[in-house]
Design a protein around this ligand. Sequence first.
Ligand code: COA
Length: 259
Amino acid sequence: MSEHISIKRDGAVLRLGFNRPEKKNAITTQMYAALAEGLAEAQQDASLRAIMLEATGDFFTSGNDVADFMSGEAMKGDPHVGRPVERFLLAIATAEKPLIAAVQGPAVGVGVTMLLHCDLVFASENATFHTPFTDLALVPEAASSLLLPRIAGHQRAAELLMLGKKIDAVRAREFGIVNDVAACDALEETVLGAARTLSDKAPAALRLTKQLMKGAREETLARMKEEGGHFAAQLQSAEFREAGAAFLQKRKPDFSNLG
Ligand code: COA
């Protein structure tokens, strides 16, 4: 368990929250492990009918903890059960129960790519969406290289995944990443309302509907694996060393002598 992930039962809704506001909710390996456990609990407990992803503070999440990338911590894990991030991504990609996200502020990196596995995504007016993988000398993860072009189209996906452009909530709704934009003080009720509505539905019918809509998972899981291989290799690269040093020194990376 991690103190940085809050896990609350709210009737039939399991609320999983990023709770590390002092680090903009950057996600550590311990947090991924706690999220994976929470999702497994929701999967097994018949009284839980919907899962809500939310966050405390001014950020939804600033993505993977960059220090974990740099120390190698992000790549550690039990080979039998997979790394915590892999377990989390697998859990959201295969969740049978509805997943609903409340994006109450900026979402960065995996904070955006996890949304592509949600069934409903609501964002507050001040939310932003940013996937600066190429600026960090990294590649997309969570099968976002497959799912985002499908949801948004290739060119729009390239705006996020290649250009690394930050977009606002209205544009994210145009892209199809977000269902609706709510006023900041109305977001929680909007999301809880949707979660409770789903919780009241016939559970088998809802599960089958989601299963039918998602279709076969093999392609998604295979893409995650392919992305994971490139991601791990990039973490060892000179490009990433430069990007990591630039992050720590709070400067723009210089890739002009690389490649
Ligand atoms: N990993 C680790 N630490 C992070 C982090 C991350 N993803 N995001 C923020 N933090 C830390 C900062 O290092 C800082 O720590 P400090 O107080 O010990 O110096 C603290 O959280 C507050 O962040 P700060 O940068 O001061 O806030 P800001 O509002 O100026 O900027 C961000 C916020 C998110 C724009 C900026 O921190 C950032 O670019 N973070 C990296 C995002 C990223 O690249 N994620 C990975 C994508 S794959």
